[in-house]
Structures are given as C-alpha cells and as structure tokens.
Design a protein around this ligand. Structure first.
Ligand code: SAM
Length: 214
C-alpha cells in the first residue's frame, strides 16, 4: 500500500510515521508514504496557493490547480487508487472503512485541507470521496490523514507483529491491567480484577466481552 499525502505541512508527519509500528512497516516495505506539497505545483513566484473566497467570508481558500497537479503526479497511471478528500462533513471513517480500503486499493491519495478548505472544483476533476474522522473541526487535514494511515496500515498483513493482535479479530478489552497486582495511592488499594488472575480463559473472554458491551 502506498499512501500519497497532499499537504502544505509534510513535516508534521515526521515523528509519528517514523516511530513504532508505522516506522517498522515503512522499513519492512509493507507501506510507503509519499508527500506532495501543493506549493511545488504553482506557477506563482512566491509559491502562494491561498486566495480570498468568492462570495466573501473569513479565511482563505486553497486554489484548485496546485491540488489537481499534485493529484495527477500522485496518481500517474495507477489503477487501484482511492482518493480521499478530507472534510469534517464527509463519510465517517471507521475500522470497516479501513479494512475495505486496505483490501481494495494499492494506493490511497489523501488530500489535506487547511484554512477555509480547498476550492471545491478539485472534486469535479477527479472521482474522490469526502471523508471525516469525526464530528468536529480541526485546523487541518494532517491529523485526520495520520489517523487514516495508522488505521489502514494496521489492516495490512504483516504490519502488526502478530496479525492476531488486530483488535477487531479478537476480543480486545477497553480495560487492561498490568503489574503490580495491587498498588496503594492515597491510602486506597487498587486491585486487578480477580477474574484476570484466575487462569480461566473462558471466563476471561466473557469478562472482556462484558466490558465491551458496557
Ligand atoms: N470550513 C471547512 C468546512 O467546514 O468543511 C473546514 C476547514 S478546516 C479548518 C481545514 C481542513 O481541515 C479541512 O479542509 C479538512 O481537510 C480538515 N479537517 C478538519 N476537521 C476534519 C475532520 N473532522 N475530518 C477530516 N478532515 C478535517
């Protein structure tokens, strides 16, 4: 899987994609992450790509053409490409979306907006889908893009050390415990639930399912 990220701020991704599971996935060539800065696709001599919105209103809008050129470059002649246009009002991204994307595409192009967003005509030039990571507005598409890269990568075989550690293919509890078995804080004792120490795997699975239901 290759992720092609169109962003004005590629440096934001650096530490997140270099560490831990994603860093290893890149090293092991399970995934590739490429960046395209729209500023490199403008003819403006100051590399300016934001302009005032037609119809008025606050904030600036990113021009369509530098984004179109960046998509063109990322897409090339590739066939199994998904283009995601990040937008707070798009289709809600979730594990199911990630699973399907990992299965059906070899390349995902993610367009990160900034300011008031991107000139909507970009969406007429290529087939793409508006995707949201949640019902809230962030400053830019970089955090949503990282969430999508992370979540889709986890669905690619070999990215997680043990594929069984994929949360949705086993009973993963939202409540987890580790050593010590008991600790004291402000004169109160905090204990690990007894069932987790019982060695009874059937009961433990039941307990975990119960936690998910709650
Ligand atoms: N005025 C725009 C609107 O209502 O769609 C929001 C602009 S927002 C400040 C800047 C950019 O951040 C958006 O263009 C989008 O790419 C990204 N963004 C912000 N929140 C997001 C979310 N919840 N999911 C996906 N992308 C988001």
């Amino acid at each position: 899987m290759t992720f092609h990220i169109i962003t004005l701020f590629p440096e934001i991704f650096d530490s997140y994609i270099k560490g831990s599971i994603l860093g290893r996935a890149v090293e092991d060539k399970k995934i590739k992450i490429k960046f395209y800065n729209p500023r490199n696709f403008t003819k403006d001599r100051n590399r300016r790509i934001d302009r005032k919105p037609y119809g008025g209103g606050p904030g600036m809008v990113i021009e369509a053409m530098p984004i179109i050129k960046a998509i063109e470059k990322a897409k090339g002649n590739k066939k199994k490409v998904k283009i995601i246009f990040l937008s707070p009002s798009g289709t809600q991204f979730d594990n199911n979306y990630a699973k399907k994307a990992a299965k059906n595409y070899s390349d995902i192009i993610i367009i990160c907006g900034r300011y008031e967003g991107i000139d909507a005509r970009v969406k007429k030039a290529f087939k793409m889908e508006d995707v949201s990571i949640g019902n809230y507005v962030l400053t830019g598409g970089e955090l949503p893009a990282m969430a999508i890269i992370d979540c889709v990568s986890r669905q690619i075989k070999g990215v997680l050390g043990d594929f069984n550690s994929l949360e949705d293919s086993r009973v993963a509890s939202p409540e987890v415990y580790t050593r010590p078995e008991v600790f004291e804080y402000k004169k109160k004792k905090y204990k690990v639930p007894k069932v987790l120490l019982s060695g009874d795997h059937k009961k433990i699975e039941e307990w975990k399912k119960d936690k998910i239901r709650k």
